[in-house]
Design a binder for this molecule. Structure first.
Ligand code: GLN
Length: 484
């Protein structure tokens, strides 16, 4: 049953091949059996899930046809879930029971999904390896001595190990696509503003975007359909009717042009990964896609720009954790100032503290113009490069990550090395674009992802290209040994 895609689960439920209670129990059993090795969940909600599965079966019997009625999923622990612990991977929120549902959770619940629990993640979504989580690292099911990527590593590893057929992630600089690539699954980062950020714990508000993670592009389309939509509670939500994201899946790719940015195929890319990307290009060529070299001249600034903008926004967003209103509160304080200081010293991990310090520095008077303002100007230039490129090409193809999954601990004392994991993904967030990572092959049994980047609101085209690629490749169908 767990080999089924989400699409097939929906069909199976519709055709009464199995009930929601059966499929939910099946996945809960798998989680019980396999999760102790992987640490993909922070909180499991089996009782609620089984109760909701029974309700979903009853609703289906009455003729309800909600899009994902009775389908099991997992929610990244960055989304507030009413009455359920919501930690964002941090000790700061270890005692936080959210009093409401994030819009993503609300929308997905309305579509009928059944959440099995909340997935592990890097603390406040800061990281590329899932090692900054207060709840311990997640292991990559393809080799449990390696990282799953991050920050949505719990969701990626859970989907890869088939502990759940689909999950949510968030992507501020690559946190859906990079773990999807490292775990051999499909992950979509939607256009900024397409999916509501309300109730999604903020990291860097001008970059954060929620999106789907699943085995296939088609499944990502189904999940996106259930998550997205205008939300008056998010001031950056875009008021625009939703398309049917999977409407173009079967369109032929013949005659399309994909750009290959020369800056993405230079030093730093593992030659074995480069070979897999070449093979993926070959698959698209066979489908009639033309390739064209393009240049995105300001791309080299994207990592430095991101590491000014994201810490600046995070230092502001995380100022709310002061021990007064909710979350961790130090018991050692004897006055108010100590309460703030000790609470934050005890509650945040070292990567979060590093970002808050960088961000506070970059925003401080005297440095604001030199760092933050300059970064914002370069951000515009990066976005402009993409805008020009999309006049010439339909989509842009690149690797998702420069290497396959690395060993746990390998980059823990090397923040810059860790930051470079996102070298191919970060510019997409700076420009607010949409992008998808597709399983493209393996290097020594470890998955490699290929990234397709599209213009704003290109989700149907990205899903179309992803689906066509997956009709002509089988990398997305592989299961890690020991998790069959
Ligand atoms: N790895 C990047 C960071 O640590 C991106 C994280 C993300 O997308 N949430 O900031």
């Amino acid at each position: 049953m767990h080999q089924l895609t989400l699409r097939k689960i929906v069909d199976g439920l519709n055709q009464k091949e199995f009930s929601s209670q059966e499929i939910v129990s099946h996945y809960l059993d798998r989680i019980k059996k396999f999760d102790p090795q992987l640490n993909t969940f922070i909180t499991l909600t089996p009782d609620i899930a089984l109760k909701k599965a029974a309700e979903a079966d009853a609703l289906r019997a009455k003729g309800s046809n909600a899009l994902l009625l009775g389908v099991p999923v997992a929610q990244k622990d960055i989304f507030c879930t009413d009455g359920i612990k919501t930690t964002c991977g941090s000790k700061m929120l270890d005692n936080f029971i959210a009093p409401y549902d994030a819009t993503v959770v609300k929308n997905m619940n309305q579509a009928g999904v059944i959440s099995l629990g909340k997935t592990n993640m890097d603390e406040f979504a800061m990281g590329s390896s899932n090692e900054t989580s207060f709840y311990g690292p997640v292991k990559n099911p393809w080799n449990i001595q390696t990282v799953p990527g991050g920050s949505s590593g719990g969701s990626a590893a859970a989907v890869a190990a088939k502990l759940v057929p689909g999950a949510t992630g968030t992507d501020t600089g690559g946190s859906i696509r990079q773990p999807a690539a490292l775990c051999g699954i499909t992950g979509l980062k939607p256009t900024y503003g397409l999916v509501s950020r309300y109730g999604m714990i903020a990291f860097a508000s001008s970059l954060d975007q929620a999106g789907p993670m699943a085995q296939t592009a088609e499944d990502c389309g189904l999940l996106l359909q259930s998550m997205a939509g205008f939300d008056p509670l998010d001031s950056t939500s875009i008021e625009k009717p939703l398309p049917n994201f999977n409407a173009e899946l079967t369109h032929p790719l013949k005659g399309k042009t994909f750009g290959l940015p020369k800056e993405f195929f230079q030093a730093g890319l593992d030659p074995h990964v480069a070979k897999i990307i070449d093979e993926a290009i070959g698959v698209f060529k066979n489908l009639g896609v033309n390739f064209k070299e393009i240049s995105l001249p300001n791309l080299s600034h994207s990592v430095p720009v991101y590491y000014v903008v994201a810490p600046a926004e995070c230092s502001s967003n995380l100022s709310r954790y002061d021990g007064v209103r909710f979350g961790h509160r130090s018991t050692k304080a004897t006055n108010l100032e100590e309460l703030y200081k000790l609470t934050r010293a005890e509650g945040f991990g070292s990567e979060v503290k590093r970002r808050i310090m960088i961000g506070t520095y970059a925003l401080s008077s005297g440095y604001y113009d030199a760092y933050y303002l300059k970064a914002q100007k370069l951000r515009e230039k990066i976005a402009h490069d993409f805008a020009l490129a999309f006049k010439e090409v339909d989509l842009i193809l690149s690797p998702t990550a420069p290497t396959t999954a690395f060993k746990l601990g390998a980059k823990s004392t090397d923040p810059l090395g860790m930051y470079l994991q996102d070298i191919y993904t970060i510019a997409v967030n700076l420009a607010g674009l949409a992008a998808i990572s597709l399983p493209a092959g393996f290097v020594e049994n470890m998955p490699v992802g290929v990234q397709l980047i599209g213009n704003h609101f290109s989700e149907p085209q990205l899903l179309n290209a992803g689906h066509q690629f997956q009709l002509h490749s089988d990398h997305h169908q592989k299961t890690p040994i020991g998790f069959e």
